[in-house]
Design a protein around this ligand. Structure first.
Ligand code: R5P
Length: 295
């Protein structure tokens, strides 16, 4: 397996390459004066290839770059083209909320697979009305979870005397994984989104003198997490920590979380950000070794 990566995935590619002893190959990306993108794979590759392609922090630009890279790979001697997109953007618009809107999740991912790749691998996708990625992908789509890694890390560092908290119904699938590993109970709040940076949290749970561990797939503007942290602290929680797979942390999100009183934010390297991270490298390396041992 040869790993090819675009620039936002460099650290993750190096970590996976080191973990699994895979060769890694970078890509040159530049813009022509008129704004069109140019890419070139910097070394010859052949055989089974894993492209690690982040679609964040500039999803629209990075989607075009993805199409160009796939075509470049097709011009080489690849036996299979496997694509790791650690964080899948555009999944939250999974229905027409108002007349005149697209179902972005279906549009984007039918384009992503339309270029003829063998499989997609991703981590903790945002699944709500779409219950399984097989509803939008015709090709094989492997979903891995970083929550077992984060939960084990948390248990070793902080113990398991906590209540696991989900901010909304979509988080329940991940909350269950964490509460099982920590052998502890959980509670799911109801969330109503009023705007991009405005959410209403509803729920009533005895949290006085307890440590709360919030579990969510994404922290974007930090609004959801900050609201829950404040709610829990106002209701007597001793301390509030959080496990989040994809810490996008837009703008002042991290400061907002600190100000709300969040103690520890534990996250992964699925997206680039300045926080210390639990690496998904062992998860990906093990997957590759198991999947490709007989190919
Ligand atoms: C959506 O339901 C997700 O699970 C997250 O809760 C959400 O994306 C977080 O967004 P923000 O940080 O902007 O509230």
């Amino acid at each position: 397996m040869i790993i090819v990566y675009e620039s936002f995935s460099e650290n993750l590619a190096k970590a996976i390459g080191k973990e699994g002893n895979f060769k890694i190959v970078g890509i040159l990306n530049r813009f022509f004066p008129d704004g069109e993108q140019y890419v070139r794979i910097l070394e010859d590759v052949e055989g089974d290839v894993l492209l690690i392609h982040s679609l964040w922090p500039n999803p629209d630009k990075q989607i075009i770059e993805y199409f160009l890279i796939i075509d470049a790979l097709k011009g080489l001697r690849c036996k299979s083209i496997n694509v790791l997109i650690p964080y899948l953007p555009y999944l939250r618009q999974d229905k027409r909320f108002k007349p005149g809107e697209p179902i972005s999740a279906r549009v984007i991912y039918s384009l992503i697979e339309s270029v003829g790749i063998d499989r997609i691998i991703t981590i903790d996708p945002h699944l709500h009305r779409i219950k399984n990625l097989s509803e939008i992908f015709k090709i094989e789509c492997i979903t891995l979870s970083a929550f077992p890694l984060m939960a084990e890390y948390y248990k070793n560092k902080f113990g398991n005397d906590v209540i696991v908290i989900g901010p909304d119904i979509e988080s329940e699938q991940y909350v269950k994984i964490v509460s099982k590993i920590l052998s502890t109970s959980y509670f799911i709040f109801e969330k109503e989104r009023l705007g991009d940076r405005d959410v209403l949290i509803k729920g009533d749970f005895p949290i006085k003198n307890k440590v709360a561990l919030i579990v969510d797939d994404i922290v974007s503007t930090g609004t959801t997490l900050a609201n829950i942290v404040q709610f829990l602290l106002n209701n007597g929680a001793l301390r509030v920590d959080a496990l989040v797979s994809h810490a996008l942390l837009i703008g002042d999100a991290f400061e907002k979380l600190k100000k709300a009183g969040l103690n520890n934010l534990i996250t992964t390297d699925t997206v680039p950000n300045p926080l210390p991270k639990i690496s998904i490298a062992p998860l990906i390396s093990n997957f590759i070794k198991n999947k490709f041992k007989n190919l």
